[in-house]
Design a protein around this ligand. Structure first.
Ligand code: DAK
Length: 261
């Protein structure tokens, strides 16, 4: 599939999606959203792609937000709501992809860019990255899931402070508040992110899928229901060939070879 505003390629079992509008600091316009959605479908259908890594092109930005000219051109509240739903749906696809998704945050991750990172499973940031939600300075609020995913990740008080002030935080602060999971030198970001992706690509794909679903869906339920869900998903894992392979390999003191069945 040929893309204009993103690139998608594979390195072994790792698919790498790069938002590629460097002149606009990789801001998300309509076409970019469409292409991200198509790419997620492509990666989901590719049995050889075990992990997705997302990043931004150039050294300056991961994604500097929604495309501001598109936001200015909105003509009505209905246009705004439709745009918001579209972004939400695309980031839901990211969150629901049945493979781990790692965000390699190589620079500014602002507004919609930070919302993109929030929809990923794991966030690794370059020490030069800056993250934040400047929407308030544009007379807006985050419209792509940010007001909901941010407090779930960092807590209500820290989230409100970020959303109300619009202040950017540096990578070290982002790590301290739990907005990212790891900070690495800018020059080694992709290497570190690929290393983690490689490690995950060797884990049992079905179990990864089930673990992701258990966490994501369980967090939206009360503990009793979430544990019933966990038991069901555990049962599904028990029915897999990978469970037989994993437990046998342990007992036979060898490395498991998971097939995703
Ligand atoms: N959109 C389009 N172009 C952008 C952009 C963006 N978000 N951010 C930067 N650019 C463009 C700049 O216009 C500039 O273009 P030229 O002038 O060269 O043509 C180029 O990228 C380089 O940017 P700067 O010259 O500004 O670079 P600096 O190093 O000086 O500053 C910066 C970097 C990231 C601090 C600055 O560019 C900046 O503040 N950018 C805007 C950040 C921002 O406010 N992002 C938007 C967040 S709001 C909703 C749906 C969605 C959302 C909200 C509501 N509804 C439907 C209701 C989400 C909104 C957002 O994401």
């Amino acid at each position: 599939m040929a893309y204009t505003n993103i690139t998608l390629h594979k390195e072994g079992a790792v698919a790498i999606l790069t938002v590629n509008r460097p002149k606009a600091l990789n801001a998300l316009d309509d076409l970019t959203f469409d292409e991200i959605a198509t790419a997620i479908g492509e990666v989901g259908a590719d049995n050889e792609a075990r992990v997705l890594l997302v990043t931004g092109s150039g050294e300056k930005a991961f994604v500097a937000g929604a495309d501001i000219p598109s936001l200015r051109a909105l003509e009505s509240a209905f246009d705004g709501a439709a745009l918001s739903r579209k972004g939400q749906e695309v980031f839901d696809l990211v969150e629901r992809l049945e493979k781990p998704v790692i965000a390699a945050i190589n620079g500014f991750a602002l507004g919609g860019g930070c919302e993109f990172a929030l929809a990923c499973d794991i966030r690794i940031a370059a020490d030069t990255a800056k993250l934040g939600f400047p929407e308030i300075n544009l007379g807006l609020i985050p419209g792509y899931g940010g007001t909901q995913r941010l407090p779930r990740l960092v807590g209500v008080s820290v989230a409100k402070r970020l959303l109300f002030t619009g202040d950017m935080v540096d990578a070290a602060t982002a790590l301290k508040i739990g907005l990212v999971d790891e900070v690495v030198g800018a020059g080694e970001l992709m290497e570190k992110a690929k290393n983690l992706a490689d490690i995950l690509s060797q884990k049992a794909p079905l179990a990864l899928r089930l673990a992701k679903r258990a966490v994501n869906e369980g967090l939206e339920s009360d503990l009793d229901r979430a544990q019933i869900l966990e038991a069901s998903l555990f049962g599904i894992a028990c029915g897999s060939e990978d469970r037989v392979e994993g437990t046998s390999a342990f007992l036979e003191k060898r490395k498991p070879s998971f097939k995703g069945r």
